[in-house]
Design a protein around this ligand. Structure first.
Ligand SMILES: Cc1cc2nc3c(=O)[nH]c(=O)nc-3n(C[C@H](O)[C@H](O)[C@H](O)COP(=O)(O)O)c2cc1C
Length: 158
């Protein structure tokens, strides 16, 4: 059975986009088609696509989503589409130096999507820039594990 994955990217300085590109390469294969979209100008209609979604976003300001994700986030908050058919994962980027708001970008999307009825697959990843570990390296391992969980879920649903 073929699978479509759409990666939705919220980024300020490109780190999340780099992670998304790595994950697109790692996840794509014979039966998996991956597309990466920057969140700029997206609205709730993106969730009408087939397949599963991977939110890959950093955190800015005081625990805010990045600027390119703000319009999308606010649209979902006000339009409140029914996302009960949506399955998603979250790869969040942040920095523990911001102790009070660590990884809030991913957390905000996670809470918003689940509040609209979507179901998360796997744990929300929280990368810490102060760890010195490159997020694009963690991303590879994390997304392969996530894909295995997605496949399990699809088998159960079939
Ligand atoms: C001005 C500024 C504010 C930030 N605020 C937070 C924050 O509140 N919480 C957090 O976890 N990380 C915060 N970060 C860290 C970024 O989310 C982190 O460096 C991330 O890897 C950047 O990814 P990007 O290049 O995709 O935007 C902040 C970084 C900057 C420069």
């Amino acid at each position: 059975m073929s699978l479509r994955i759409t990666i939705l990217v919220g980024t300020m300085t490109g780190t999340a986009q780099l992670c998304a590109q790595e994950m697109e390469l790692a996840l794509g294969g014979d039966d998996v088609e991956v597309e990466t979209l920057l969140m700029d100008r997206l609205d709730g209609s993106v969730f009408e696509r087939e397949g599963v979604f991977l939110v890959c976003t950093s955190t800015y300001g005081q625990g805010d989503v990045p600027d390119n994700a703000k319009g999308f986030y606010e649209h979902l908050q006000s339009a409140r589409p029914d996302l009960s058919r949506v399955r998603y994962g979250v790869f969040g980027l942040g920095d523990r130096t911001y102790a009070e708001t660590f990884n809030f970008g991913g957390k905000r999307f996670d809470e918003l999507l689940s509040g609209l009825g979507a179901q998360r697959i796997g744990e929300r990843h929280m990368h810490d820039a102060s760890s010195g570990i490159l997020p694009e390296e963690t991303a590879l391992e994390w997304c392969e594990h996530w894909l295995a969980l997605v496949r399990e879920r699809m088998k159960q649903a079939a």
